[in-house]
Ligand binder design. Sequence first.
Ligand code: PMV
Length: 330
Amino acid sequence: MPKLEASAFAPINIALAKYWGKRDSRLNLPTNGSISMTLDKFGSTTKVEFDPALSSDQFVLNGKDERSPDSLRKITIVLDELRSLARMHPHARIHSENNFPTGAGLASSASGIAALTLAASHALGLKLSPEKLSELARRGSGSACRSLFDGFVEWKRGELADGSDSVAASLHPASHWALHALIVVVDAETKSQSSTGGMTSARKTSPFFQSWVESAQASLGPIRDAIAARDFYALSRAAEENCLRMHACAMAASPPIVYWKPETIALIHEVRKMRAEGVEVFFTIDAGPNVVIVATAAHAAAARAHFEVFLKNGGARLLETSPGKGAYVL
Ligand code: PMV
């Protein structure tokens, strides 16, 4: 039997219109669509080797055996789907490395699962369409379906019960708009509430959940249009509103889900103050305390210099990137 192995790189992405809520948790089907920027430089390099001699899938992350049931479950879902498409059932040895600083507090499941999906499908000799790859990556981790694509990416909610129309596609290549993203690492610890746990609890207990879903769907048009027109102020307004509404929905859950730290709130105020003074910056925050500051190319250096001073040990906690390419086979 020939060696069944391949490697792929997949970048991280940051949502400007957030995915928050599952209408089907087995298939990871979202309650609302989302729009993200695929980010350059930072991501996961993953090697997959299928080996009939193995009795289970093995996963080594950043040089250590990864045994977290949550990570293993996500990987197995993707590998099982690919094995049944290939009509072969060998277990796999997976080595994955994240190139962003360890403990940067960045969610790695989007880049990790996107890289795994691409590498494993190649290793098995499957020639899958970008839509099919996106659908399979989504099964492992929702936001992973966006990391396969370049630049500005939309993941459609979809309508079908089997999820085949709930896939991502690129709206514009990275070259469409040279934005900068400054990732501020407020807290490098693992977040207290996973995004899956937070979404499930918010859906069941937050009285704001239905309003969140309606407003999230309604924000897609303005965010899509602001990106198409490179209208920074329209995007700032719509993306901040979307982010704050997602967090408001989570905070209203019972028990409440509060992802923010005092520094998160300080950064929200500082970004808004700078924008009022004419600096082109806005913020967005995923399911954790870290803040991503988006700036236009013309204002990125001023924003960076300002936040390096604002954050006490500035440089070490600021990672700078820009829209970039989607996942690729190595
Ligand atoms: O893909 P997950 O299950 O890690 O969920 C991601 C959820 C958010 O990061 C909060 C929003 C998003 O669209 O990425």
